[in-house]
Design a protein around this ligand. Sequence first.
Ligand code: ADP
Ligand code: ASP
Ligand code: MG
Length: 441
Amino acid sequence: MKVLKFGGTSVGSAERMKALIPLISDSERKIVVLSAMSGTTNNLVEISDCLGSEDINGATKIIEEMRSKYHNVVKDLYSFEGTRKTGDEMVDSHFDHITSFTLKTFTKIQEKAILAQGELMSTALFHLLLREREINSVLLPALNFMRIDKYGEPDMFYIEENLKRELENHPDDQLFITQGFICRDGYGEINNLKRGGSDFTASLIGAAVPSSEIQIWTDINGFHNNDPRFVPDTKVIRELSFDEAAELAYFGAKILHPSTVNPAKEKNIPVRLKNTMEPEDPGTLITSTSELLDYKAVAAKDGISVLRIRSDRMLMAYGFLRKVFEIFEAYRTPIDMITTSEVAVSLTIDHPEFINQIAKDLRELGTVEIEENLSIICVVGDFRTERTGSAPEIFEALNTIPLKMISYGGSPHSLSLLIDTSNKINALRLLNKHLFNDNKI
Ligand code: ADP
Ligand code: ASP
Ligand code: MG
């Protein structure tokens, strides 16, 4: 069994959806995970935002624009009138459902139900396309097996048991279609795996089955050595280890949802990144091992805040850091980077929700300074501590950019730096020139 996930652009038009058929038509048993059509989840977020601010007219306008866009997709997607009629009815039932939320009190629960409509529609439309082409497939409702607990973590036992039961109902079927991104939470309400979460769905399914391979199909030929949205001349990396890929995804490489690698790594399932526009390209293969290179890739994560705590009580004291960590734990806020000196500790977070409460509690321990609008730059390569000479090129490349924190030695395959977000693009470009281009500056 294989798992293949197709992202927003890969299902972004009638033409793109039709182009998926040859990619899933071999005889191997497979589960196909689909995202919403590109732009849809953003539109659904806009609708929710309008409803959250009681702008019913604004919400209705977006709903009707989307409805008409989807009717056009139906027109182009199917060849027969009968199928078009079914497709149109399906589209109307989803948008009527979304419209029904304009008449109700709007809460987080309704918001999640609205966001789920994108994946529910793309899978329903694609399943109908396969039916029209007389290709047997089973539409597996992700809401029947995909679940997170009250902390937002996947409930692996529930997922495995329920997915197994769903598959056992169809012992002779080869092709299954399901929704990425959406799930239920510990209370049974519709929820999701956060933006970009369809990648995570694919790896959770891959680990639950378990599958022989997890393929993430997108709009680029695999993992690049730098962010192609900001840096020209990036190059594809053919092989990455789970740990390298996990660090890059966690530190901002948009091609993978940050949690995607963990389930695959735990079950040692290869993850292959492929381009739907160039299916013959080998893409990137992520496995337990990969060739060590001095520098492999760079990624950046925005929305970082740093808290700097200074206290003379830290000098020669034990137990101080425990007290600091307990405060972050109480607010369920993960720490990304940390540096310490004799009397100060700096920590970064990317979930600023409770930053003021955290700072207030930390002030019991010492003086606290907060700085926001920061980015972490993560360089992945060979940073084993027994090596010499691995970091100078990084610092030379960035010698015009103020470095606010440096984390080295925490991981054998990465070095992270904290900078102002306003310097991010420049930093990524400088690192690209210095670390990856033959004609270095
Ligand atoms: P999908 O909709 O298929 O999930 P995404 O837009 O989420 O696709 O991810 C693919 C995009 O990620 C690429 O088009 C590219 O712009 C961006 N990206 C950012 N960093 C990288 C990287 N290091 N390698 C490849 N793509 C990256
Ligand atoms: N549709 C969701 C999003 O846009 C999930 C995904 O595409 O992975 O975030
Ligand atoms: Mg994505």
